[in-house]
Design a binder for this molecule. Structure first.
Ligand code: SAM
Length: 342
């Protein structure tokens, strides 16, 4: 059975400090579960003073390598041959220039590498994780801020939809994405329109439809990014039930951003979750998954799990999924929880 060594990008140390190796290991373990049990335990291993993550794969297939290359901190992959490491080319899942994720910089942005991790581990828990690679998953971020998740999903060639009630975030992301599509000469159409219900305006909707090249655009092989300026408590009024595969949300940390729940602005995201989760869950197809990241200093994991279960979802535990808690700074310890819709 061949043994592989994955070299994580040095940037993981900047994102997770001392926790980098544990986070990459947990992500790889969660992604590996999508390989149908053919990946063995992932263990850190030092070779000539460089830290790798080592694992075996039983009868590896080309698609497996594409899954490994999804890892948010992926840098390079090697196969061990005796005392030597042979470089293995793993196909990249990213279909657009990476500045789509990196140009926008602002306070409160969810780190890009972490956003990719959250999307990966949530998609890996769905009934059809391979759809992460074939562009057939639809992703919702119901508290999308300035669109880090939307851009990551677009990079993977997935359809993405976001909701946020911050008008500045809406304006900045919609104008950024439109300019980015123009600058990269990508064939597209983009518009902002009001969404009305019973003669009242429910939301403002930005939608961009695009393709990596003209031929794909002409053939209708397009993807879309949609952003609703609205309260996420109204998600079920904006997005049809059973049309989303993955919901990912980096919840307000209660430090700079509060959660706007049914009773106004509060530090803990629990009230927001109680009000919003039934709507978020209704958008999911069966076999879909929700992944939440939050500051566990303002909301204990058991209560977040309870909110997910109350919305009819089943929390996914086990290797990888129970090991994603990490320190961000003095006031934030971030945890991740994933739950699936039966
Ligand atoms: C941690 S930030 C998300 C940042 C985002 N991932 C990014 O990289 O830009 C949390 C977001 O939740 C939004 N939010 C809080 N309460 C909300 C509500 N009731 N409806 C919609 N958005 C809400 C805030 O406006 C903020 O943008």
């Amino acid at each position: 059975m061949p043994q592989y060594l994955l070299l994580p990008a040095p940037s993981a140390n900047r994102v997770y400090a001392d926790g980098a190796s544990a986070m990459v290991r947990a992500e790889l373990t969660a992604l590996g579960a999508a390989l149908g049990g053919r990946i063995g335990p992932v263990e850190p291993e030092s070779v000539a003073g460089v830290e790798y993550l080592a694992f075996h794969i039983d009868e590896p297939e080309r698609g497996d390598l594409a899954f490994l290359a999804l890892t948010s901190a992926f840098y390079a992959l090697f196969e061990r041959e005796g005392n030597l490491l042979r470089p293995v080319e793993a196909p990249s899942a990213e279909r657009y220039p990476s500045d789509l994720k990196t140009i926008l910089k602002y306070q409160g942005k969810t780190n890009e590498q972490f956003t990719r991790l959250l999307l990966n581990v949530t998609a890996a828990a769905t009934a059809r994780p391979e759809r992460l690679l074939d562009g057939a998953l639809r992703v919702l971020d119901p508290v999308c801020g300035r669109g880090t998740t939307l851009s990551q999903a677009a990079m993977y060639g997935l359809d993405a939809v976001g909701v946020d009630l911050d008008a500045k975030d809406f304006e900045l992301y919609s104008s950024f994405l439109t300019t980015w599509l123009k600058d990269h000469r990508l064939k597209h159409r983009a518009s902002t329109t009001p969404v009305r219900r019973d003669k009242a305006v429910l939301a403002k909707k930005f939608e961009a439809v695009f393709a990596p090249d003209k031929a794909a655009y002409a053939a209708g092989d397009t993807r879309s990014v949609t952003f609703y300026l609205a309260d996420t408590l109204r998600t079920a009024e904006l997005i049809r039930p059973g049309t989303v595969d993955v919901v990912v949300a980096d919840l307000p940390y209660g430090v700079q951003h509060g959660s706007r729940g049914p009773r106004g602005l509060v530090r803990s995201p629990l009230e927001l979750l109680d009000g919003a989760l039934p709507g978020w869950a209704s958008t999911l197809r069966s076999g879909g998954a929700v992944g939440l990241a939050w500051n566990d200093r303002v909301a204990p994991r058991a209560q977040v799990a309870e909110a997910l279960e109350s919305a009819g979802l089943t929390v996914r535990g086990g290797p990888g999924y129970d090991e994603l808690r990490h320190r961000v700074d003095r006031s934030i310890t971030r945890d991740v929880i994933v739950a699936v819709k039966g």
